[in-house]
Design a protein around this ligand. Sequence first.
Ligand SMILES: Cc1cc2nc3c(=O)[nH]c(=O)nc-3n(C[C@H](O)[C@H](O)[C@H](O)COP(=O)(O)OP(=O)(O)OC[C@H]3O[C@@H](n4cnc5c(N)ncnc54)[C@H](O)[C@@H]3O)c2cc1C
Length: 302
Amino acid sequence: MTKSARPSAINTPFDDLGLAVSCREPLSHHTWLGIGGEAEFFCEPVDVDALAKLVRRCHESGIAFRVIGGGSNVLIPEAGFAGLVLRLSAPAFGGIDVQRPAIVAGAGAKLVHLVSAAVQAGLSGLENLVGVPGTVGGALVGNAEGHGGDIGARVREVSLMLPSGEIDLRSGPRLAFGSRWSNLDDGIVIGCRFELDAEDPDQLTKRMQKQWIVERSSQPSGTRAVAMMFKDPLGTTAESLVSQAGGRELRLGEASVYPTHANYVVASPGCSSDDIRGLIELVRGKVRERFGVDLTPQIEMW
Ligand SMILES: Cc1cc2nc3c(=O)[nH]c(=O)nc-3n(C[C@H](O)[C@H](O)[C@H](O)COP(=O)(O)OP(=O)(O)OC[C@H]3O[C@@H](n4cnc5c(N)ncnc54)[C@H](O)[C@@H]3O)c2cc1C
């Protein structure tokens, strides 16, 4: 060991916390697109206390941090992320508790599990989200939308961890949801309470199945390496604008527009983040040129 090397026991700014923080985690393993660089530090905390310790340390030491949910709506640059990436995969963050007519869910729970739990319990209001990939946390932050409604419409209380490590319980006017937007982007969503309506479980199941068929037919199939490119502008769909602007045939490097669902980009083997980013800009430019509409990217570029 050279004089300047750090002792092997202290490798990260988090070592004295006694938590399992790893270094240089490939974030491609945690995203749908399967591309992008490494997280400088990475941790899947076991509970809220562990999460608070990590967040506080970041806050005090000026270390940037981010949460990754299901990774279905993020584009990680090739340079990766300089800071700590957190994933709420531990059971402490994945609970789904039916408390009729409410459901309390952890941010790390899969949205698909939440929707099935609600339908099985005969509680309606979330079934329109069937088929939307990702976690409850990711869906809340981006106000995920299905056929006929968004998740925000059913949210009554959110527990958010602030960068100081404190928990902020938000409800009523302190909660705001808009088109693929919420005011929950200033902290880490820990969990949430939904208020739902009682309905016959058989009827609800049939409705969900119908919606599932519609959702499946509107998504690319055969590969998971896809991402939604743009939010729908008012009064029309991004897919129709991209198609009419001739975007279906576009590709850049190993990134291409999914021909039958033109608001999705597909990453072929060897695809880089720059390919995806460049293609999105190319498609956006075509739509701007043809219709004068500036599409807003749906996928979040880290
Ligand atoms: C095939 C396909 C179909 C899709 N269909 C739809 C659709 O019908 N409707 C729709 O709305 N979207 C759709 N999307 C987009 C995407 O699935 C949603 O935006 C989803 O809600 C993202 O959830 P996630 O857990 O994967 O979030 P991630 O992609 O992991 O993260 C998205 C953002 O949320 C933040 N985040 C995640 N968890 C937390 C947390 N606990 N606290 C704070 N911040 C957090 C991340 O930091 C990141 O900024 C689709 C995507 C794909 C690939």
